[in-house]
Design a protein around this ligand. Structure first.
Ligand code: HEM
Length: 140
């Protein structure tokens, strides 16, 4: 059972990360489209669908499967898991911001620059590297 849930966890993680890496890229391109243009409306649909159909369900499955693994494997007292949970909480917070920004773009009230989204784009990548090292290497 444990191995099956771990497979599910990794599948959900891949879907979540794919979305978390792609969505800020869409924001970068969306900044260049004029509000009300056909292109801007297309970006709105892409962003909303990516969030609702991929990213939101994926975070739920990642958390549920991850918490099951932590409980079933008696990992809650392990240092690496606590450090990983901290990084995953930050990643979940970033997810929350992304979802707010999808709403902002949807209402044509984005105030942030292309450069801002280009920088933010790197945050999920950096967090993912830390998370994967912690869970695979288990350094402490
Ligand atoms: C949402 C909260 C999360 C919890 C509670 C959690 C917890 C866990 C636990 C307990 C394991 C099993 C470790 C083992 O059997 O050695 C695991 C495996 C794994 N997790 Fe998570 N995880 C979470 C989120 C994530 C995220 C966001 C990522 C990647 C960005 C991730 C990547 C992985 C990977 C790659 C494995 C497989 C490691 C291996 O088999 O060596 N997890 N997770």
């Amino acid at each position: 059972m444990y191995e099956w849930i771990k497979a599910l966890h990794i599948i959900a993680v891949i879907a979540w990360m794919a979305g978390m890496l792609y969505l800020p890229r869409l924001f970068v391109y969306h900044c260049e489209a004029e509000a009300g243009s056909k292109q801007s409306e297309t970006f709105k649909v892409m962003e909303r669908r990516l969030l609702k159909a991929i990213i939101n369900p994926a975070i739920v499955v990642t958390w549920l499967a991850g918490l099951y693994l932590a409980w079933a494997g008696h990992w809650f007292s392990a240092g690496w898991l606590n450090a990983k949970l901290l990084l995953v909480l930050v990643l979940s917070g970033v997810h929350g911001f992304f979802s707010r920004w999808v709403k902002d773009f949807g209402a044509d009230r984005n105030q942030r620059t292309r450069r801002f989204y280009r920088i933010i784009n790197e945050v999920p990548t950096i967090l993912m590297i830390g998370i994967v090292i912690l869970v695979v290497v288990k350094p402490f």
